[in-house]
Design a protein around this ligand. Structure first.
Ligand code: AMP
Length: 457
């Protein structure tokens, strides 16, 4: 199945292909034709399945092919999302896929000033992506007119209901024409969702992707708890002993990417870094060498890795967990693509326990923990806050940032002081490390892992 055969316009095909998409995902194959026909749709799918392109591509096509009503530019499509992050992400996708179409898209969500949003709305918008609360703020200020909406998308409807948005959603619905196309996506189908769907959808096409709670239905996920200062050694060991030929490694900052790539090269591995601080030429070269197999390990930041489509990428490593849980889904979505098996490994130190918890809450899965022999965590190490950017540069004595690359001495991570102080400190430390270990201790599937020792639950 190709994008062409789904009946999409060339402008959309070009944008999809430039974004690195060659084959539609199952949800796209199922969702695009009925949406193009103008049907309502109820989709069982979660982030990571490719659902955003699944509704955005045909939505844009319909907007272009159905002539807008004469007069001022009006909001013709509304996408409601539960979170700001998702709103921002969907907006970015609509802009990406609509790159060659004269469609204006903007997002409105809370937590930021309303005035720039008002200005954008005044300038005229075709597609609006919004969280329900801020949308209603605009409604109350008369800065939004929803009376011309032709297409409504409820993205992650179950999450919106979980977050208590049902009343807001119903208020928003009352402001739109009855006659419109409605697309509802949800990972789960509670009675409340079914009721909402019943009220909203008109003879909908029902689609569901086989395994709906991960991007990455074919991706084996595992967490290796490990102290920050041992991460680099563990990574080299995993690559070497597993004989991994092509591995994409994520770090949080440009600096960490560079340092890690250099350390891996010292370990004898062909590695390169790719991030926003590199010239386009250097990025293209690193990527080409990675694709051809000349470079075995590509170390990337989240931004640099967006849109990287490397077919059959077998291994993704989260050397550092992302701050935004959705980025985890994007990261692991780099593997297990187009029907190939993939493995996503996360090296998680105690500082990242909270990030891990947030990720698991998002993907609704407890990722199995597997401790690797000789890399057991030191329970006396206390969690440190994770800082980003400039602050992260190791200052005198070091701080969080460089630890992964061995910038800190282990002693700096330990508590000093009286025995009593030490004992008190340990109590606290144990409780934070306990949360890192909270996941299931399910055996990871790879045979190689059967040798590994499991972490306490
Ligand atoms: P989503 O479920 O919409 O959040 O998408 C998950 C990830 O899959 C995103 O990083 C998309 O860029 C990517 N993606 C979506 N459709 C395709 C496709 N047809 N081929 C490859 N990657 C895709």
């Amino acid at each position: 199945m190709s994008f062409e055969s789904l009946g999409l316009r060339t402008e959309l095909l070009r944008a999809a292909s430039e974004n690195g998409y060659s084959t539609p995902t199952p949800i796209q194959t199922q969702a695009i034709p009925p949406i193009l026909e103008g049907r309502d749709l109820m989709g069982g799918a979660q982030t990571g399945t490719g659902k955003t392109a699944g509704f955005t591509l045909p939505m844009l096509q319909r907007l272009i092919e159905n002539k807008p009503q004469k007069g001022r530019r009006a909001i013709r499509a509304l996408v409601l999302t539960p979170t700001r992050e998702l709103a921002a992400q969907v907006t970015e996708s609509v802009r990406t896929y609509g790159k060659y179409l004269p469609i204006r898209t903007t997002a409105v969500f809370g937590g930021v000033s309303i005035n720039p949003q008002i200005k954008k709305l005044r300038d005229g918008v075709d597609v609006l992506v919004a969280t329900p609360g801020r949308l209603l703020d605009h409604v109350s200020q008369n800065t939004i007119d929803l009376s011309k909406v032709e297409i409504l998308v409820l993205d992650e409807a179950d999450r919106m209901l979980d977050m208590g948005f049902i009343h807001d959603i119903r208020k928003v619905l009352a402001l739109m024409p009855k006659q419109k196309q409605t697309l509802l996506f949800s990972a789960t189908f509670s009675n409340e969702i079914k009721r909402l769907a019943n009220d909203l959808l008109n003879n909908p096409e029902l689609i569901e992707v086989a395994q709906r709670n991960t991007s990455a239905e074919r991706v084996t996920q595992v967490v290796h708890p490990v102290d920050a200062k041992k991460k680099r050694k563990l990574l080299s060991k995993l690559i070497g002993s597993g004989n991994w030929k092509q591995v994409l490694v994520f770090a949080r900052t440009k600096r960490n990417c560079d340092r890690l790539a250099q350390s891996l090269i010292k370990d004898g591995l062909d590695a390169a870094a790719i991030h926003g601080g590199k010239s386009q030429g250097a990025r293209t070269k690193a990527l080409a060498h990675f694709k051809s197999g000349k470079v075995r390990v590509l170390v990337a930041t989240d931004i640099a890795a967006r849109g990287l489509d490397i077919s059959q990428l077998p291994h993704v490593v989260n050397y550092e967990l992302p701050h935004v849980p959705e980025d985890y889904v994007h990261r692991i979505g780099r593997t297990g693509r187009a029907g190939h098996e993939g493995e996503a490994v996360s090296l998680v130190c105690i500082d990242e326990a909270k990030l891990l918890k947030d990720i698991e809450r998002l993907i609704k899965i407890e990722i199995p923990r597997v401790v690797i022999e000789n890399f057991e965590v030191d329970p006396t190490i206390k969690a440190q806050p994770i800082t980003m950017g400039r602050q992260q540069q190791p200052r005198r004595g070091g701080n969080h940032q460089g630890r992964g690359q061995g910038a800190n001495k282990p002693s700096q991570r330990r508590r000093s002081g009286s025995a009593k102080k030490q004992a008190n400190g340990n109590k606290k430390k144990t409780s934070s490390s306990a949360s890192l270990y909270k996941g299931s201790s399910k055996q990871a599937q790879s045979t190689d892992r059967s040798r590994h020792q499991h972490s306490p639950v």
